[in-house]
Design a protein around this ligand. Structure first.
Ligand SMILES: [Zn+2]
Ligand SMILES: [Zn+2]
Length: 119
């Protein structure tokens, strides 16, 4: 059995394909490498999202219910218009996990005009 030979990505032909699954002793690779898979899914590449590039800093508390977070991990960034590439300060709101979930359920939309921008 030969181990360690990874076929190349069918798209960029430079990176090894990402791992698919194993059946018995045979490994089935996916057609594309990790990078191309991610590109295909239009997910973030290289771990940097538009939000991270924008340098947006989360508030210390939820802007909806006023929940004060002990850790920033408890807070999420809400994209008011639902477009994760719109990182304009007026489109971003710091919300707690509760409100984030609620927003996704209710599909709440805030008017851009209602917002105050943090400095
Ligand atoms: Zn590739
Ligand atoms: Zn909240």
């Amino acid at each position: 059995m030969i181990i360690g030979i990874r076929p190349l990505c069918t798209q960029c032909k430079s990176k090894p394909r990402s791992y698919g699954y194993k059946k018995g002793t045979k490994i089935y690779w996916r057609k594309l490498c990790d990078t191309c898979n991610r590109k295909k899914k239009k997910l973030k590449i290289g771990g940097v999202t538009a939000l991270q590039r924008s340098g947006y800093r989360k508030n210390s508390k939820c802007e909806l219910c006023g929940f004060k977070a002990q850790d920033q991990l408890q807070l999420d960034v809400l994209f008011i218009d639902g477009n994760k590439n719109n990182v304009n300060a007026t489109n971003l709101k710091t919300v707690c996990a509760n409100c984030q979930r609620l927003a996704s359920v209710k599909h709440l939309r805030w008017k851009v005009g209602d917002l105050e921008v943090d400095v």
